[in-house]
Design a protein around this ligand. Structure first.
Ligand code: THU
Length: 134
């Protein structure tokens, strides 16, 4: 199985466990790291809506908890719409990615779009770009 096939399978499985009773919009995400490890997550909503977390956030938290800090590829899987990570998640992905990190968008069957992080977030917020600590 290719890396993208494994990412799709993992994201689909995570999506099946999504907790989205408020939006009814289930999302799954899967990460592949340069060390060859896979991590996944799903969206977890809350009665207090802003407390809900995106699928990408879950996958990133799982990766960091396992001691990994680099995203080589990430796949987001939703229903038949082509879902790209929200702005908040792009910033979260950027923390652990490179400008050429691949972001795959998949429906429940296949990848429908692949782009690089730099295409979606050309200029991320970074402390290096501020006067912080200078
Ligand atoms: N959602 C994600 O999990 N990832 C995104 O990139 C966009 C949105 C979730 C949040 C919420 O649970 C549902 O999709 C509807 O917005």
């Amino acid at each position: 199985m290719t890396i993208t096939e494994q990412l799709l399978l993992l994201a689909q499985k995570a999506r099946n466990n999504a907790y989205a009773p408020y939006s009814n919009f289930a999302v799954g995400a899967a990460i592949y790291t340069p060390n060859g490890k896979f991590f996944c997550g799903c969206n977890v909503e809350n009665a207090s809506y802003p407390c809900g977390t995106c699928a990408e956030a879950g996958a990133i938290a799982s990766m960091v908890a396992a001691g990994e800090r680099q995203i080589a590829e990430i796949l987001i899987c939703a229903d038949d719409n082509c879902l790209l990570p929200c702005g908040n998640c792009l910033q979260k992905i950027a923390e652990f990615a490179m400008p050429n990190t691949l972001i795959h968008s998949a429906d429940t069957h296949k990848i429908v779009q692949t782009c690089q992080l730099a295409n979606l977030l050309p200029q991320q917020f970074s402390l290096e770009k501020t006067s912080h600590d200078k």
